[in-house]
Structure formats: C-alpha cells, structure tokens
Design a protein around this ligand. Structure first.
Ligand code: DQA
Length: 150
C-alpha cells in the first residue's frame, strides 16, 4: 500500500520556522519518523515537500494515477487554494484515502486559519498533535486499508 506524505509551503523550514508553534524537529526528523511508522504499519511511504502550488497539484494527480493514498499538510494553501482542493477531490473521488493533517491546531489560531478549503473533500482531518498528527494519519490510512480488505 503506497502512501504519499505531501507537505506544502514553508514546511521545508521546520525546525527553524516559528519553533514555538511548529517545534524544533526538522524535515529530516519527519522523514526518519515516517520511515519507522511505515514499517510498523506495513505501508510504503514517501515524504515530499514543495513551496510550489503547481508541483503539489501534480503530485495529487500522480497519487490518483498511481493509486497512492495521501497524507496532506497543505500548509497555507489550506486556507485559499481551490485548485488544490479540486485536485484533492480527485483523490478521494477515486476511492483513495486523503487525510488532511496539521501540526498546529488552526482552529485555535488566527481567524484566517479557521477555514480549510480542503476539509470538505478530505476523508478526514487530524490537527494539533505536532509530528504525531502524521503518525495518526498513517494509522487511519492503514486501518481503512485493512477494513477494505476485510
Ligand atoms: C499548518 C497550519 C497552516 O495554517 C500554516 O499555514 C502552516 C502549517 C500546520 O501544520 O499547522 O504552514 O498547516
């Protein structure tokens, strides 16, 4: 079972970016943790990050065509990118699981973060648990896959 962990803008700056909000762990730490969780859960996981909207849309299209589930932290795109929402809708629309994740809990922050344009086309959303948000999302994907397999 393939899963793409897709991270949007500024998430390549983890560790140096507002550590009081996002923590001190780095993208390399996320990659290492994801590898460990993947082997525990029996998933084939790849972590990617981009600051570019078109690149992120292309990865979502690739997930549809390659039948990969998606764990998506859209970062700031969460709040305004209808193009990304439409690409995410194709993932869930084709029967794949897409979990929206956030490190912080946007609902507790500035009001512009309270709207997610992706939430309505995601399978579900996990927010507020730091790196553990990604772990919980992978667990959700793994349990849906095993349920579907009966
Ligand atoms: C974020 C929350 C977004 O509001 C913000 O723009 C980010 C990160 C999070 O993981 O908490 O870049 O998606």
């Amino acid at each position: 079972t393939r899963v793409l962990i897709l991270n949007g803008p500024n998430l390549g700056r983890l560790g140096v970016r507002e550590p009081e909000i996002y923590g001190h762990a780095t993208p390399a730490d996320l990659e290492a943790a994801a590898g460990k969780w993947a082997s525990e859960l029996g998933l084939d996981v790849e972590v990617r990050q981009t600051d570019d909207e078109g690149t992120l849309l292309g990865w979502l299209h690739e997930a549809v065509d390659g039948r990969a589930h998606v764990v998506l932290n859209p970062a700031a795109f969460t709040h305004y990118s209808y193009g990304m929402r439409d690409a995410a809708a194709q993932v869930t629309g084709s029967g794949l699981t897409l979990v929206e994740v956030h490190l912080s809990n946007p609902a507790t922050r500035e009001s512009f973060r309270h709207l997610s344009v992706v939430a309505g086309v995601a399978t579900g959303t996990i927010a507020g648990f730091g790196f553990e948000s990604y772990h919980l999302a992978l667990r959700a994907v793994a349990s849906r896959v095993s349920e579907a397999a009966g």
